[in-house]
Ligand binder design. Structure first.
Ligand code: PLP
Length: 409
């Protein structure tokens, strides 16, 4: 008999986006002439910028000729991209990260999900609540998480509650976890951490020997000057943090696939025999064993984002979404809703009116405004009573959505 990894049977079925899709298709089947505005799934809608498209065309041409053909690339990523990242995302901001500490990947989902391979299955984990579900599910797969409790949380994981009461900024852990996942700017709440707020976590991690897994997939949306773009802007982070970044929401690479992870050489863990081992060594070994690199075409496209034209085009697209976020935030707040996020973030975290549950408000928006959001309860128990809207639509659809919601209230 084939023995399976029982941890997979302990995962809770992920119904959120399929339930949403089913409700929307039932609604559109019953109302075929209604225009539905989709602000639920966190996918971008603007096309990839011309600089990256041109680079992809050229890369395809390279693959078409024997003199320039590229087969397997370096598992850690091509030097041309790692150097561009080190220069533009770090060195130019005075941050000490070497290109050798950067690992190119096919996106932040894989890396945030796979990083646990190099950490003991005995590690204690803390996540924020609500949370990007990948962090919890991959720890269930690894056997670090315990049983699902009736309150929707799991044994052996510390949930750091983020609600209106604490401004969606979690309190420090109580159980001294070994691994702490932080995602800022946050999905789903849209909250960002200032430099001094993030410094508190670095102090905590250094004094408790914890590892911070810092997901900054939405870094490109930061506009406030006191919000750091990288955790390594804060001293001490090189000794306690891994940073994950993605070109998905920055440059519309959700289909192209490219991201990167920074593992500083100065970051160490301890083996069961008490030996200090650099996590960089382990991650390099893990990646070169299990990963054959992101595609050459994607990496050339990502490189082009760092050219002057690429940078300008990316900024324009981010500003486009930021205008949507600002419009939604303003209109919904004026209409009396409590709206969080939407600044430094493409996500708005809307408190449901009255005592409505997340799903109640989802249904109201769908049936009365023909707008699709994501029920906050799908991101964890503390998401109950909220709904996430994204700014990834067109200006026209966003303005229309704002009009429909405000006229309903
Ligand atoms: N991390 C967070 C917090 C996300 O919201 C997402 C995508 O929605 C990802 C990572 C995945 O990014 P990628 O497309 O690079 O895999």
């Amino acid at each position: 008999m084939i023995k399976i990894n029982d941890n997979f049977t302990r995962l809770s079925a992920s119904y959120l986006f399929s339930d949403i899709a089913r409700k929307v298709s039932e609604f559109t089947a019953a109302h075929p002439d209604t225009s539905v505005i989709r602000m639920g799934i966190g996918d971008v809608t603007r096309p990839i910028c011309p600089a990256a498209i041109d680079a992809m065309h050229q890369a395809v041409e390279h693959e078409a000729r024997s003199e320039t053909f590229c087969g397997y690339g370096p598992e850690q990523g091509y030097g041309f991209l790692r150097q561009a990242i080190a220069e533009h995302d770090y060195r130019q901001h005075g941050i000490d990260i070497d290109s050798d500490e950067i690992f190119i990947s096919d996106g932040a989902k894989s890396d945030t999900g796979n990083i646990g391979d190099i950490l003991s299955t005995g590690c204690k984990v803390a996540v924020t609540d609500p949370v990007y579900p990948v962090y919890v599910d991959t720890n269930v797969m690894a056997g670090r998480a315990g049983a699902l409790r009736p309150d929707g949380r799991r044994d052996n994981i510390e949930y750091l509650t983020c609600t209106e009461d604490n401004g969606f900024i979690p309190d420090l852990p109580r159980t001294s976890p070994d691994i702490i996942y932080l995602c800022y700017p946050n999905n789903p709440t849209g909250t960002a951490l200032t430099r001094s707020q993030l410094a508190v976590w670095i102090d905590y991690a250094l004094s408790h020997g914890s590892l911070l897994l810092f997901d900054s997939a939405y870094e490109a949306y930061i506009t406030d000057s006191d919000v750091p773009h990288s955790i390594y802007e804060i001293s001490g982070a090189r000794e306690c943090a891994i940073e994950f970044r993605s070109f998905s929401k920055t440059a519309g690479f959700t289909g192209v696939r490219c991201g990167y992870t920074v593992v500083p050489r100065s970051l160490t863990g301890i083996s069961s025999s008490g030996e200090r081992i650099p996590l960089h060594t382990l991650w390099l070994r893990r990646q070169s064993t299990k990963f054959n690199g992101a595609s050459y075409i994607s990496q050339r496209a990502a490189e082009a984002l760092y050219t002057p034209q690429g940078r300008k085009q990316v900024t324009d697209t981010i500003s486009y979404y930021a205008e949507n976020a600002a419009l939604l935030r303003q209109s919904l707040s004026n209409a009396g809703l409590s709206v969080y996020g939407g600044i430094n973030s493409p996500y708005l975290w809307v408190k449901t009116p009255g005592a409505a549950s997340s799903w109640d408000f989802f249904n109201t928006l769908l049936h009365r405004c023909h707008i699709v959001g994501t029920p906050g309860s799908g991101f964890g128990p503390s998401g109950e009573g909220y709904l996430r809207l994204t700014a990834f639509s067109s200006h026209e659809a966003t303005a229309e959505a704002a009009r429909r919601i405000t006229s309903m209230l």
